[in-house]
Design a protein around this ligand. Structure first.
Ligand SMILES: Cc1ncc(COP(=O)(O)O)c(C=O)c1O
Length: 446
């Protein structure tokens, strides 16, 4: 094979013969022209098997918030690795990490260490049901909570996604079809009130990304989270914030600190351990104590020492640097978003850039203002995916779905490279679309 991605294509062909889609997590297969095979990742950069260097805005799907391989975390992992991986017994880092989470996250009074976000959501749902003795869970259209049943509904790629679910008709039963998961549109307090009041069974829990970051990042309306809190209290339902993306990123205490609303349970994962597989379910003691009674949390890899060494070092670093780190990464992200908007304007491209803290979302001609999944879903996904593909050629790695993660490691040189790359990529995209429009008279090309 020849060309810019020759070694990458060969590696992908080898993997595809053995691994479904050639990737370990299906979302990685969205990358074009080839799912990157990487040799090294450091700070804000990574390198592929063809030797190209990239400014990286994927950051391990957000897991490497501090940038790739932070030295303090690498040292902690190396040190712990010499002392064993899985004793199947307790060790000091578990309580140390729990103390750090309690110190950082407003809702956290107790903490259960786990391995992935999906299973920590699963534990939260079970805990809400065990606490209330009820079954239905309300979730929101477009909010992603991992790939496990029953919450893998109402998002692209999930089974039985239907048009009304995209709009999030209040009270729509999810794919389980048995009323155990009820879909609701986000930023619509009346719909949530109806979902909590209107069903045949009382609701056990309300599960949300407090800032929806999957499938069209946008902010909660002023007062919406507060109203959700009130409605859950009135209905006796457990409010669960899935802060897998927002935790330790929107602020040291996550979206709940940034927006000043405290849930009963919080799911944490990306950002907690610099990319090592660690998740945590945290919450109010009264709810968490149910996990020591009516239900149990179990897992061979829960709280194993090497990932927890990474978590301890990461959280220690975040706490130490928080006063300068969060304002700086927010300011850098705002500048980046501003530069992208300016470039879009200069190219006459209908590119909308949402930015909330260190998370950016690129949308091509969405319905604005973007307040719901339905608004974001109007956008031209193919254009944003093509932009990501063109950017890869220019040395910028970004997700095909337009979600960009910024780390405190991104700096002036990254910004300059990114601006130059986006300028060239938008130029190529505009030329392609112009040619397509001329070749297909009457074709709707934004
Ligand atoms: C908000 C949210 N919740 C849960 C998950 C699932 O986490 P994991 O992939 O670790 O299972 C993700 C993953 O992207 C996520 O973004």
């Amino acid at each position: 094979m020849t060309g810019r991605y020759a070694a990458g294509r060969a590696a992908a062909a080898r993997a595809s013969a053995l691994i479904p889609r050639g990737v370990s997590s299906a979302m990685r297969a969205d990358q074009r022209p080839v799912a990157l095979h990487v040799t090294r990742a450091q700070g804000s950069r990574m390198w592929d098997v063809d030797g190209h260097e990239y400014v990286d805005y994927v950051l391990g799907f957000g897991a490497a918030f501090l940038g790739h391989a932070p030295p303090a975390v690498v040292a902690a992992v190396a040190e712990q690795a010499r002392h064993g991986f899985a004793p199947g017994a307790q060790h000091a880092a578990e309580a140390a990490v729990a103390e750090l989470v309690v110190a950082c996250v407003p809702s956290a009074e107790m903490v259960a260490p786990m391995t992935t976000g999906s299973e920590a959501v699963h534990a939260a749902v079970r805990l809400a049901r065990a606490t209330t003795g009820r079954r239905p869970i309300v979730k929101f259209a477009g909010h992603y909570h991992g790939w496990l049943d029953p919450v893998f509904v109402g998002v692209p790629g999930s089974p039985a996604i239907e048009a009304p679910q995209l709009g999030g008709a209040p009270g729509t039963a999810g794919a389980a079809g048995d009323g155990s998961v009820v879909l609701c549109p986000f930023n619509d307090a009346a719909a949530l009130e109806q979902a909590l009041a209107g069903g045949t069974e009382p609701v056990a829990g309300v599960l949300m990304e407090p800032v929806p970051c999957n499938f069209g990042t946008f902010a909660p309306d002023a007062g919406y989270l507060e109203r959700a809190r009130e409605l859950c209290d009135a209905a006796g339902a457990v409010l669960i914030f899935d802060e897998v993306i927002t935790g330790f990123r929107m602020a040291l205490g996550g979206a709940q600190e940034r927006f000043g609303v405290t849930p009963d349970l919080t799911v944490l994962s990306k950002g907690i351990a610099s990319g090592m597989p660690v998740a945590a379910l945290a919450g109010r003691e009264a709810v968490m104590r149910v996990a020591a009674g009516a239900m149990s949390i179990v897992g061979t890899y829960n709280g194993t020492p090497v990932p927890l060494a990474a978590a301890r070092a990461t959280l220690t670093e975040l706490v130490r640097r928080a006063p300068e780190l969060y304002p700086a990464v927010d300011a850098f992200s705002a500048r980046l978003a501003g530069e992208l908007r300016d470039l879009a304007g200069a190219h006459g491209a209908p590119l909308v850039v949402e930015q909330i803290g260190p998370v950016l979302q690129l949308l091509w001609a969405p319905r604005t203002p973007v307040r719901s999944y339905a608004d974001a879903s109007q956008h031209d996904r193919a254009a944003v995916a093509r932009l990501a593909e063109l950017l890869l050629d220019e040395g910028v790695n970004a997700l095909a779905r337009g979600l960009w993660f910024v780390s405190p490691e991104h700096g002036e040189e990254d910004l300059a490279r990114t601006v130059a790359a986006v300028d060239r990529a938008l130029g190529r995209l505009g030329a392609e679309r112009g040619a397509a429009a001329r070749g297909a008279p009457g074709g709707a090309v934004a």
